[in-house]
Design a protein around this ligand. Sequence first.
Ligand code: RNT
Ligand code: ZN
Length: 412
Amino acid sequence: MSYKEAQKKYAKIGIDTEKVIKDLAAVPISMHCWQGDDVGGFESVGGASNGIQTTGNYPGKATTPEQLMADIEFAMSLIPGKHRVNLHACYGIHKGKVTDRDKLSWKNFKPWVDWAKKTGLKLDFNPTFFSHANVVDGLTLSSPDPQIRKFWIEHGVRCLEIADYFAKELKSTCGINFWCPDGYKDEPSDRLGPRQRMADSLDKIFKKAKYDRKRVIPFLESKLFGIGVESYTVNSHEFVMGYAQSRKILALLDMGHFHLTENVADKISSFLMFFGKVAFHISRPVRWDSDHVIRQNDDLRAAAQEIVKMGPENFIIALDYFDASICRVAAWVLGMRNMQKELMKAMLTPNAQLKALQDAGEFTAQLVLQEEYKNYPFEEVWAEFCKRLGVPAGEEWFKEVQKYEKAVLLKR
Ligand code: RNT
Ligand code: ZN
């Protein structure tokens, strides 16, 4: 089938494929820098630790800022559209001695901003509350030790100011996500205290930092559990909902941070009603929060459908996974394209018609059509979209990655 034929077929169910192509090209996705080096960063050779971990030892990972920037640029050349790059504070650039987290400033990120200006990419940010000796007994902002809390509060302040610098320099709103690994392996005796200290530390951060709320959007990420914190997570879903709602910041939904039988897509509409905007970490848990590369599976489909129905402009779509067992550049490209494919499939669904069937109680017709529309000729529209944006439509992109791997990655 040609694009023209597909266009006609979609027109019959009220879908304008030209509009879909235009709309999808306008949806930026924040690509996580940390898939490029297994959440390593540039502070030490130790790698990810204290609350986060990757598995795998695939060759070719980026170990310098230049390598990471080159890999991101290469990956972006195979992804249709203009996107954003999500940096973590541990990716600061240090000449000689490493500036500790509580002393970081815009100077450590100037090379990233220069690079962003050159490439036309926009930046988002994250304080790094892990991979550091001051994560004591698994705690950061909720630590009972005031000195430890002070260190991490200062880190949060610095990061908000760096986010403000990104937004100002790049003339683009910067999203900044707070995720803390804080929690306990076994049943704590006090569940309230750590949460009170966490709220107090976060309040101090937001009070002290000098940043413009019009150009910096802070959000707090919740989590159910992690390895080593199986029994209690300070920033649980309820804590995050309450904190974010009362402090007028956003809450971030990570698809890997819920019970596996929970439908994360179902949460979106309520979030949107009460927050106005939703920040998302698109990830894929396999039996637990394993951060596998996202696939075109039912979970991603359901999330994309909700995002499209509620208006992609109301979402901050960021990817969050890190697989160290496969080619990292391929992992980026595949995940970004999968996200875009699911968004496109959702845009190619006659949602108004299906909603009318629901409201009329026509549940048989609703079920039948929901299924039938899944087999419409999405592929032709995707190919046309890629062609217009100058990137390969099908699996040819992987050949380019293999060439890059041979010429660049495997020589490292
Ligand atoms: C960890 C959280 C968090 C991190 C990144 C690196 O469980 O999902 O978002 O993955 O900050
Ligand atoms: Zn996350």
